[in-house]
Design a protein around this ligand. Structure first.
Ligand code: PLP
Length: 332
């Protein structure tokens, strides 16, 4: 089996900002870029990206899920990183063009076409550690994918609750930028190696935030609890979709701070469930929490019924099996 996101379609959509305006975008080969070794991104990490999916429906059509939300987050990331402003309509056209080009390669559900818009500072200027890149490049890659977590939706994840360190600097959390992922990488690798966990759930000073690439949801009976939006973590579009679905299903949604103490206490209850949400993770159940050397099972440690229902409801909208009543899908 090939790793998630390691197969790319042979062309991508690309445009460049010359310091004043974005050029016309075009489809170009996706296996190479021409970049000066002094490019701002390579030294000062002026980069942001997005991750969204297009799904093949039973009638053969291909639809993109919540594209406008991803474009809005992309625009905000560029702004907060002092990259040139994107033109949202152009980014939308780039996504539509490249997905249309490879629509026939979109896998059947549960697979999808993963879409990766990327924006990088290209100005060759190694003296600009404290200055923005005046030029930049945007490109949109597409990659056919299956499940992100190898076990699929039946196996449960084992997470380390980490209270001492953070995923990234607190003001950077809501920006989808490469540096945040680099910053969480080594601690995550060490935890995987030494503690045999799947991910770290970052809980700085006991505040339950998110993992390296997904948001965290706690489900206690009819109540879904997740951290309220602030600048410290990524505002997941899957999180938002699942909260909407949970409300539609009559659940009580609490967006608020969740402490490690409360998490561990609620986890002891037999019906309690926990899960990670994200474009790649969809909604993946969490069975075990490791905290200060002790293992805590979440509920009965198995994939829970509410988690499965939320995931299935989301998937059935994405896969065209249920009415898209919130208008989340865009036809190409
Ligand atoms: C750090 C982080 N948190 C949360 C998420 C979930 O965001 P979304 O649901 O928009 O994919 C992601 C991306 O998948 C992420 O990288």
């Amino acid at each position: 089996m090939t790793a998630f996101g390691s197969v790319f379609m042979p062309e991508m959509a690309l445009t460049e900002f010359d310091g004043e305006k974005w050029g016309a975008h075009k489809l170009v080969p996706s296996d190479s870029l021409s970049l000066h070794p002094g490019a701002h991104v390579l030294h000062y990490a002026s980069t942001c990206f997005e991750g969204l999916k297009a799904f093949r429906h039973p009638d053969g059509s291909v639809k993109i899920f919540r594209m406008d939300c991803n474009i809005a987050r992309f625009a905000q990331s560029a702004e907060l990183l002092a990259l040139p402003a994107i033109n949202p309509e152009q980014t939308r056209d780039m996504i539509m063009d490249v997905v249309a080009r490879f629509a026939d390669q979109a896998p059947e559900a549960p697979g999808s076409l993963y879409i990766r818009p990327t924006h990088i500072g290209t100005e060759p200027a190694i003296g600009k550690a404290a200055g923005p890149s005046l030029t930049s490049m945007q490109y949109v890659l597409v990659s056919p994918v299956g499940d992100y977590f190898a076990g699929g939706s039946d196996t449960t994840l084992r997470l380390l609750l980490e209270e001492e360190s953070m995923r990234c600097a607190p003001h950077m959390g809501r920006i989808k930028s490469g540096g945040n992922y680099a910053s969480a990488l080594l601690p995550t690798m060490i935890a995987k190696r030494d503690l045999k966990v799947d991910q770290i759930l970052f809980c700085p000073n006991g505040d339950v935030q998110e993992t390296g690439a997904a948001n965290f949801l706690l489900i206690d009976g009819d109540t879904l609890i997740t951290k309220a939006l602030d600048s410290s973590f990524l505002h997941g579009i899957t999180r938002d979709s699942l909260l909407t679905i949970a409300r539609d299903l009559g659940m009580n949604v609490e967006e608020r701070d969740l402490s490690v103490d409360e998490l561990l206490e609620r986890s002891r209850k037999p019906g309690c469930e926990a899960a990670l949400s994200g474009t790649a993770a969809v909604l993946t159940p969490v069975g075990t929490l490791l905290h200060k050397g002790k293992e805590h099972q979440v509920g009965d440690g198995k994939a829970g019924a509410t988690t499965a229902k939320l995931r299935q409801t989301l998937n059935s909208i994405q896969w065209g099996q249920t009415e898209d009543k919130h208008g989340w899908l865009t036809s190409i």
